[in-house]
Design a protein around this ligand. Structure first.
Ligand code: APR
Length: 181
């Protein structure tokens, strides 16, 4: 599914984020930038050891924020390591932290003057954030960014299977009906 905001594209696709050609791909990282399973494991495996070398130099990244490295052997130019929250029931500031991880990723990409960025569904695997709630936060953060000043002309969500893709599509359609909220 594709949606246009201010002449810029927000798209939902099903696939593997490591195969994306965007200027930056986003990792669902932990605050120690220590690597892990899920998207994190796939990105480090595909990108090679250079990414971890840079992560060690950064030393970590706060939950609700994001940090940037080069992308090793990946086709993307950069990896943005976004640290979403662990779901703890929803009353521990999870939504604000998740929005922060998306916002900071988008800001970092715009600061570098990038044209395209690809996100996975942050926090919805090992960190157990309920999918529809996470999709609502993610899509709202991206729509807000794309309605302002930015170098980004394309933001993609690369969703790992059909079920996740369907949930994001349903939430995006609902937000469009509600006027982008
Ligand atoms: N491409 C796209 N999406 C993927 C891929 C991939 N190659 N691999 C997994 N996913 C999907 C999962 O299906 C899930 O929907 O990414 C989403 C996020 O899941 P996780 O990778 O588990 O990320 P998160 O919930 O944010 O947990 C982060 O897990 O791997 C560790 O080091 C990481 O500690 C951190 C934690």
């Amino acid at each position: 599914m594709r949606y246009e905001i201010n002449g810029r594209i927000l798209e939902l696709i099903e696939g593997d984020i490591t195969a994306q050609t965007a200027d930056a791909i986003v990792n669902a990282a932990n605050s120690g930038l220590r690597g892990g399973a899920g998207v994190d494991g796939a990105i480090h495996r595909a990108g090679g050891p250079e990414i971890m070398r840079e992560c060690r130099q950064l030393g970590g990244c706060q939950t609700g924020s994001a940090c940037i490295t080069t992308a090793g052997r990946l086709r993307a130019g950069y990896v943005i390591h976004a640290v979403g929250p662990v779901w703890r029931g929803g009353d521990q500031g999870e939504a604000e932290l998740l929005a922060g991880a998306y916002r900071r990723s988008l800001e970092l990409a715009a600061e570098k003057g990038l044209e395209s960025i690809a996100f996975p569904s942050i926090s919805t695997g090992a960190y157990r954030y309920p999918l529809a709630e996470a999709a609502a936060v993610a899509l709202a953060a991206v729509m807000e960014h794309l309605s302002g000043e930015t170098s980004l002309g394309r933001v993609s969500f690369v969703l790992f299977n059909g079920e996740i893709h369907e949930v994001y599509r349903g939430v995006l359609e609902q937000q469009i009906r509600n006027g982008g909220n």
